[in-house]
Unconditional design. Structure first.
Length: 101
């Protein structure tokens, strides 16, 4: 669904870029028209991506998943600090060597 929506937004943005380029060409110059078209055309990809994220998630807060990664790292740190640590030099008992059956 996201890919299709992105293609639709990019197509609409591309058509708008072409239309604005054609409107500028007779009024200013061919060079200015090409410059404006290229800027709008490449900005279109970023704007379309942001629009798809906003439509699908209704926010732009965690687009790259930064908060999710931080939550995972925090949970991993809490899991490692939660288990008890043996003091230095304390022998560990294993199932095989210490007679656990």
């Amino acid at each position: 669904m996201r890919a299709l929506l992105y293609v639709v937004f990019v197509t609409i943005g591309g058509l708008l870029s072409i239309a604005i380029g054609y409107l500028i060409e007779p009024r200013v110059s061919m060079t200015a028209s090409l410059t404006v078209f290229l800027v709008l055309f490449f900005a279109n990809f970023v704007v379309s991506w942001m629009a798809v994220v906003r439509v699908m998630n209704d926010s732009l807060e965690d687009v790259p998943g930064q908060q999710t990664l931080l939550d995972i790292e925090k949970a991993a740190q809490e899991a490692t600090t939660a288990r008890p640590r043996l003091p230095m030099g304390t022998p560990r008992k294993t199932l095989v060597e210490d007679g656990y059956h």
